[in-house]
Ligand binder design. Structure first.
Ligand SMILES: NC(=O)c1ccc[n+]([C@@H]2O[C@H](COP(=O)([O-])OP(=O)(O)OC[C@H]3O[C@@H](n4cnc5c(N)ncnc54)[C@H](O)[C@@H]3O)[C@@H](O)[C@H]2O)c1
Length: 264
């Protein structure tokens, strides 16, 4: 039986991906820092009657010690970790760079960029030892080099995640460990409502709401599309994207004729 670890998987896109992995009879590992959400996710995944076990950890992706403790325990239980998805991420508040405090800057870079690097640094030696594995990193705004004011900090982190992923794929080219990018697009999750995980409330402007209504989706829709591709993948340096230019173009055309309200 195969095992998947997804960071930041107590809710949102991470949890929706775990639900799909569960349906494919994977052992599913919840890794998060929000204890209430961890318990909810654990209960929910256990209520789904499939093969494979569910494991839960309070594990902070910014701390290698915390990651190693979790990895050791997972391996004790499941013998292997087949797929690792670096998904934990937080949004920034709706502010220009000069309006952000130092703590916010450090925390976002620690989680969104360094968290992906530290998690990869922690899991790769185990995958090298077992002789196989796959690592996927979740991209976001900025990954494609787009720039939007008041999203500079987040975009900088995700641009870094993209560079890191592509370069890591090269480093692992001959090592039987696949590396890939997951590009979910725009999802209606907690992420869009609060900064830094469960921090300051983000007020959504009317313009942003219009964009969400055209391009946004529920995380379960995107997870359903992405996870089978991850499971069946046998190439490295791949990118699995939901919101492609073609899909976005079709959405804008459709919006001329059909009104959509995903906030309902
Ligand atoms: N929602 C969107 O529109 C959107 C768009 C593109 C990319 N993304 C990316 O998708 C990923 C998932 O986001 P989401 O929308 O599901 O948000 P979410 O807030 O619903 O989920 C993120 C999870 O990460 C956890 N987390 C935060 N800090 C952590 C840490 N230090 N260690 C472990 N877990 C931690 C949170 O507790 C939370 O459960 C993020 O990387 C985000 O940047 C989101």
């Amino acid at each position: 039986m195969k095992t998947v670890v997804i960071t930041g998987s107590a809710r949102g896109f991470g949890l929706e991906m775990l639900k799909i992995f569960r349906r494919y009879n994977f052992n599913c590992v919840i890794c998060d820092v929000n204890d209430n959400e961890i318990e909810n996710a654990y209960k929910l995944l256990n209520e789904m009657k499939y093969d494979g076990i569910v494991l839960k950890y309070h594990c902070d992706v910014t701390k290698k010690e915390s990651l190693i403790k979790m990895i050791d325990d997972v391996i004790n239980n499941t013998k292997t970790i087949d797929i690792w998805i670096n998904n934990a991420g937080v949004n920034q508040s709706d502010k220009y760079i000069w309006e952000l405090d130092e703590n916010t800057i450090n925390k976002l870079i620690d989680i969104d960029l360094k968290g992906t690097i530290i998690s990869s640094n922690a899991i790769i030696p185990y995958m090298l030892k077992q002789g196989f594995g796959a690592i996927y990193n979740v991209e976001g705004h900025g990954s494609n080099d787009a720039k939007i004011p008041k999203l500079t900090l987040y975009g900088t982190a995700k641009r870094g995640v993209t560079y890191f992923t592509e370069s890591l794929a090269k480093e692992l080219m001959d090592k039987k460990i696949l590396v890939g990018k997951i590009t979910p697009g725009i999802m209606l999750t907690n992420f869009v409502k609060t900064s830094l995980g469960d921090g300051e409330k983000i007020e959504m402007t009317e313009k942003n709401k219009r964009i969400y209504n055209i391009l946004g989706d529920y995380p379960e829709t995107i997870a359903k599309y992405i996870v089978p591709k991850v499971i069946n993948n046998c190439y490295t340096n791949v990118k699995f994207a939901w919101l492609t230019n073609t899909r976005a173009f079709k959405r804008f055309i459709k919006a001329l004729f059909v009104k959509r309200d995903i906030f309902k």
